[in-house]
Design a binder for this molecule. Structure first.
Ligand code: SF4
Length: 275
């Protein structure tokens, strides 16, 4: 287990929470339990799927922003992945990666925003951990930037969804209400107080022979944040009770969500065979 994971589950209790664990708890208590205490790491399958391609885009944008919006730096990082390609890789995606980065640069190079410097470091692809509600919460922020005198957190989303016109309206509706955008807004306010403005969803859709880009600001009012705070308090209380309990309930409505639950092969066995 990594240091973070060891600290996260010290003494059989979850000590560091994040958007994934709050969401898992709300979808299905058993999912949260399996994820945290039984099988913390699911097998990673080789090859470049959509998820891995998304991570590569994130990594190239990290190089881009760290170098002050340099396409050269983004290409250099992309080149690292092309060199690593092998028989299992999706080579067309790699070729499209350079085009995607070039189009991204053309679209956003004049954005009036600068990457934030936080604790003497450029704020790009950064893990943040903060105390809240008597425990700790963590998040991986893709980017924080100053924009018109205020700070905003930018979350890159690589998606296959249509992000133009009515498609964009439907797509961005997914992010409010949403546990991650709620939690990042709370974290932004704790970190930067009134200097924090909003969360920006930076949607990127790789396409054959091009790419689509669209951005959307997510804002929560104080009363919405109060609702989320109360929800999180309830999750923390229930999780504490559940950790000390013999019975782990489940919600069958969670099993098929988002194309199916990763833990289904475990739940198909009786409780004594799941550990
Ligand atoms: S398969 Fe269903 S019951 Fe099992 S953890 Fe997932 S959501 Fe819960």
């Amino acid at each position: 287990m990594s240091d973070v994971k060891e600290r996260k589950f010290k003494g059989g209790q979850q000590h560091i929470w994040d958007a994934t664990s709050i969401s898992a708890f709300l979808i299905c208590e058993r999912k949260w339990h399996l994820m945290n205490f039984v099988r913390p790491d699911l097998p990673v399958y080789p090859g470049v799927g959509r998820k891995e391609y998304g991570s590569i885009v994130h990594d190239c944008l990290d190089a881009y922003y760290r170098a002050g919006g340099s396409l050269k730096a983004a290409f250099k990082r992309a080149g690292k992945y092309v060199e690593l390609k092998d028989g299992r890789s999706n080579v067309r995606s790699y070729e499209g990666l350079f085009l995607l980065l070039a189009l991204y640069h053309v679209k956003y190079r004049h954005e009036p925003a600068t990457t934030l410097i936080h604790d003497g470091e450029l704020f790009s692809e950064k893990r943040i951990e903060i105390p809240w509600l008597g425990t700790r919460f963590s998040g991986y922020f893709d980017l924080a930037e100053t924009h018109q005198g205020k700070i905003r957190i930018v979350d890159h989303k690589v998606t296959s969804a249509d992000i133009t016109g009515a498609g964009a309206m439907r797509y961005f509706q997914l992010f409010k209400p949403d546990i991650q955008t709620y939690l990042y807004t709370v974290m932004g306010r704790i970190l930067w107080g009134d200097d924090f403005d909003c969360l920006v969803i930076n949607a990127i859709r790789p396409m054959s022979g091009g790419a689509q880009f669209s951005r959307h600001e997510v804002r929560y009012t104080p009363s919405e944040l109060e609702e989320f705070t109360n929800l999180t308090r309830r999750v923390l209380r229930a999780a504490e009770t559940l950790t000390n309990s013999e019975v782990i309930p489940y919600r069958p409505t969670g099993c098929g969500l988002y194309g199916g639950c990763d833990y289904l092969p475990i739940c198909q066995f009786p409780p004594e065979a799941r550990g």
